[in-house]
Design a protein around this ligand. Structure first.
Ligand SMILES: *Cc1c(COP(=O)(O)O)cnc(C)c1O
Length: 547
């Protein structure tokens, strides 16, 4: 009995220590902590080592579903972290990792994240986040001002207004888009006479009240998949997310958009709920004609949302911000902080032109989020939330408008340089010109480019099918080698009769990606093409070049 009691007491003491005593600097965890503090770039470079491990192999290290029964030493656990987690991670900060929207972070985000974690504020309510709540409201006002250029009195009036919010801070662009469309939906079906509003009565009654058979969200084919989730979640239905064809530059075709709106209304009795313009398409980085879309939305009397999850920070650039002209007329705008604001994963925002718009989704509870409180949780989809706004605030303060401008300008310049490099290269073909800092291209040697230009449709199709396989394989081999990384997607390219082809996708947001690294990417791909597996595919293409 006494023995059991002693053991229990020891466990209790250890638990107490877990909550109070920091790790000694000479412990494994302490050493890692120090290494990250001293040189995070070096740490990632030396500790992410198992780049070529297959996912299947890694899964084997995470296969037990049993919750460990006995407590273990932190040092034991740290070994697991080092060997299985860090070693087998993806080096997203590597300057040759140019395939996705995740890149290097400014070093100060790390220690600041630790402070944020230490404080562990919960932004849902002021009772758990004094200082952080006003800070988040300030950040939302800053982003609102970036988009809408309101004046000082406007922001003085609204920034800390207890009954309203200029926007919602959330975990990313997906929730931001859902929130925007949620607001649009609830505003369209607001309480009116005997109808108590969609929030109370639901979509079926709302549609009946209006006499419509449905509502639709219209966006170009390049729209982000989060809009499909939103249409599903909001009860609108994925079939009513209408994807409109794009022009040669991957921008929404306005004539078709207009026609589609008319057809929905006249033939299907479906009312347009929202038009969504994209400022920086995820795959090609193009910007829709926002001003013209704003005109159409006004004409239709529907919500105009701009998904600027990627391209929003282009507004920092005096040289390039005019690409987004018309964004200031949007009813709502999504901007991801964990993309071009260089904040760690898990931060996005949506801002609303009308400071009262978010009232459409307002929720209250008895113990928190009381009427008149400044609790942010009354205007967000998410409940408990971390103080990530602090990191956005840090970026905006430390990097500043001019710093972000430089990052944006350099990214766009780098994309143009890379595009020029690809155009000049005898073995590659540029498949979408960069408007922002995203471009696509593929492996397609010049003789094949010439063959394609003169080939009849059926033959062109055969050549492209084989080239698709080549490019898919090159991307896979490159990824597995782990030196550099580009992603891949399928894209409709006008030159090839509007058929989709497989292309490499490049996102140039890491300021450490040099010209030399870009050349290396092409060199590596040329080397990969010489591997027998790829060669045999290319041999099949040889005959097309001779004819
Ligand atoms: C990244 C992105 C999203 C989704 O954002 P998450 O942060 O991944 O949820 C939405 N729209 C566009 C245009 C994006 O680039």
């Amino acid at each position: 009995m006494a023995k059991n009691r002693d053991a229990a007491r020891a466990t209790l003491e250890n638990l107490y220590r877990i909550f109070t005593v920091p790790e000694a600097p000479d412990s494994t965890l302490g050493a890692i902590d120090q290494a990250i503090t001293d040189d995070v770039t070096g740490f990632l470079q030396t500790h992410i080592v198992a780049l070529e491990h297959s996912l299947e192999k890694i899964e084997a290290d995470f296969s037990s579903s049993q919750i460990p029964e006995e407590p273990t030493f932190v040092s034991t656990y740290t070994e697991f972290v080092q060997e299985k987690l860090v070693a087998q991670s993806v080096h997203t900060a590597a300057p040759g990792f140019i395939g996705h929207m995740t890149s290097a972070l400014p070093y100060f985000m790390l220690p600041l994240s630790r402070i944020m974690t230490a404080l562990n504020q919960n932004l849902v309510k002021v009772e758990t986040s004094k200082a952080f709540t006003p800070l988040e409201r300030q950040v939302l006002a800053m982003l609102h001002r970036l988009v809408y250029q309101g004046n000082d009195p406007f922001y003085r009036r609204w920034i800390h207004d207890s009954r309203h919010a200029l926007g919602a801070f959330c975990s990313g662009g997906t929730i931001a888009n859902v929130t925007a469309l949620w607001v649009a939906r609830n505003r369209l079906f607001a309480a009116d006479g005997s109808f108590h509003g969609i929030a109370r009565e639901g979509l079926a009654r709302a549609l009946k009240y209006k006499g419509w058979d449905g509502v639709a969200i219209l966006v170009s084919k390049r729209g982000h998949y989060s809009l499909g989730k939103a249409a599903d979640l909001l009860g609108i239905g994925r079939d009513n997310l209408v994807l409109v064809e794009t022009d040669d530059q991957n921008r929404i075709d306005l004539d078709l958009l207009r026609k589609e709106c008319r057809r929905l209304q006249e033939e299907e009795n479906i009312h347009p709920l929202a038009l969504v313009g994209i400022a920086g398409t995820t795959e090609t980085g193009n910007v829709d004609p926002l001003a013209a879309m704003a005109d159409l939305a006004t004409e239709l009397g529907c919500h105009f949302h701009v998904d600027a999850a990627w391209g929003g920070p282009t507004l920092f650039s005096s040289r390039h911000r005019q690409l987004l002209d018309g964004i200031e007329r949007a009813d709502s705008v999504t901007i991801d902080a964990h993309k071009q604001l260089y904040v760690p994963m898990g931060a996005g925002m949506v801002v609303f032109k009308d400071p009262t718009a978010l009232s459409a989704i307002e929720h209250h509870a008895a113990y928190i989020l009381r009427h008149g409180s400044k609790d942010l949780g009354s205007h967000t989809l998410e409940g408990s939330r971390p103080g990530k706004a602090m990191l956005v605030h840090a970026g905006l303060s430390i990097i500043g408008r001019k710093g972000y401008e430089l990052l944006i300008d350099l990214g766009i310049e780098r994309a143009r340089t890379f595009a020029a490099l690809i155009r000049q290269h005898p073995e590659f073909e540029l498949t979408s010109d960069p408007e922002l800092n995203i471009l696509t291209y593929r492996y397609c040697p010049q003789p094949l480019q010439r063959a394609l230009a003169g080939a009849p449709a059926a033959e062109r199709c055969r050549i492209n099918k084989l080239l698709d396989q080549v490019n898919q394989l090159v991307q896979k081999i490159e990824r597995e080698a782990g030196k550099t990384f580009v992603s891949r997607t399928r894209l409709r390219v006008p030159a090839y009769g509007g058929k989709e082809i497989t292309v490499f996708r490049v996102v140039l947001a890491n300021p450490l990606t040099t010209y030399a690294i870009l050349s290396e990417v092409l060199e590596e791909q040329c080397a990969i093409v010489q591997q027998p597996e790829v060669r045999s595919l290319l041999d099949q293409l040889e005959s097309f070049c001779l004819s």
